[in-house]
Design a binder for this molecule. Structure first.
Ligand SMILES: NC(=O)c1ccc[n+]([C@@H]2O[C@H](COP(=O)([O-])OP(=O)(O)OC[C@H]3O[C@@H](n4cnc5c(N)ncnc54)[C@H](OP(=O)(O)O)[C@@H]3O)[C@@H](O)[C@H]2O)c1
Length: 280
């Protein structure tokens, strides 16, 4: 078996790289952005022309949700056109998508086949990517996930921890509900069940398990663990001025796999216990 990891410097991709580096059964290649720019279609064609990969772990994406509203072209080129070029080479792809493809009613645990209705351009580009995969003849596993946190890149958890070091009051949205996902858990789960084993092709929902939580309660959980003494302001979503509209419901339901990742509380505690986490 041979794996191609793309996006190995990112929040999720860096965890796949650690897993691949620590094992010996599977051969892999993980070119950096500088070594292989997926927007250089000819370079990608040359790279893929002579090598077969049993899995492409596609962790590349344009992920700046607010900036995507003004850089729509760049977002679409990376999230859609670059993927299209890769799948033209007919290599089995593991692609990552998002809860932002939905605008589901409050309290609904969103199944994989729920109709897509993105509220922002980033979500729209991910819908386009999913549609590409679905009409291609290429084997694919499209994994929708949400609220990623981990060590390598800025994310909700690192932002809250950073703000808590300098401020004694933090505003956080009360009415966005979902489940956080620790990238270390997601990468390990995908590696075990989608790389080393084979699942039927299609779309899957993967988050850490446990009770759904609002952004504000998740922040409260983090701040409590840090013994922060400040004030958490619980603010309705409408009072936040963000360029891109976000869905209020990010509760993804896994209806396909008979196993799940650990509870987000346990995962978050494991992350916070890492010696480097609080200094980020
Ligand atoms: N973050 C979340 O909360 C979240 C939630 C749901 C779903 N997802 C999905 O999960 C996947 C992984 O997200 P992430 O947060 O780990 O992404 P990320 O941290 O933003 O990483 C993106 C990766 O893409 C690489 N990249 C960008 N442009 C490239 C190019 N032209 N050629 C080659 N590489 C390029 C980046 O490399 P350099 O930075 O080195 O240039 C980086 O390694 C994405 O599909 C995302 O949509 C993320």
């Amino acid at each position: 078996m041979k794996v191609l990891l793309l996006g190995s410097s990112g929040l999720l991709g860096s965890e796949f790289l650690k897993i691949l580096e620590a094992q010996e059964e599977i051969e892999y290649v993980a070119p950096s952005h500088r070594e292989l720019d997926v927007m250089d279609f000819e370079a990608v064609d040359r790279f893929l022309a002579h090598e077969y990969f049993d899995r492409v772990l596609y962790c590349i994406a344009y992920t700046q949700v607010d900036r995507a509203e003004i850089e729509q072209g760049q977002c679409e080129q990376l999230n859609v056109d670059a993927l299209k070029n890769i799948i033209a080479h007919r290599r089995p792809v593991i692609h990552f998508s998002t809860d932002y493809v939905f605008d589901a009613p409050k309290d609904l645990a969103i199944p994989e086949n729920y109709p897509r209705q993105p509220l922002n351009f980033y979500g729209q580009s991910k819908v386009q990517a999913e549609e590409l995969l679905e009409v291609s003849k290429n084997p694919f596993w499209n994994i929708r996930t949400s609220w990623l946190f981990g060590a390598e890149r800025e994310n909700f958890v690192s932002r809250i921890l950073k703000i808590a070091r300098t401020q004694d009051s933090i505003p956080v949205v009360t009415d966005q509900i979902g489940r956080p996902t620790y990238v270390k858990d997601l990468a390990a789960f995908v590696f075990e069940h989608f790389v080393k084993k084979e699942q039927p092709i299609g779309t899957y929902h993967l988050q850490n398990s446990g009770e759904p939580v609002s952004r504000a309660d998740f922040a409260a959980f983090l701040l409590d663990k840090m013994n922060w003494m400040g004030e958490l302001q619980r603010v309705p979503y409408e009072q936040f001025s963000e360029r891109a509209v976000r869905p209020k419901n990010s509760m993804l339901q896994n209806t396909k796999l008979p196993f799940e990742m650990r509870d987000w509380k346990e995962a978050t505690e494991a992350y916070l216990a890492l010696p480097t986490t609080v200094d980020q």
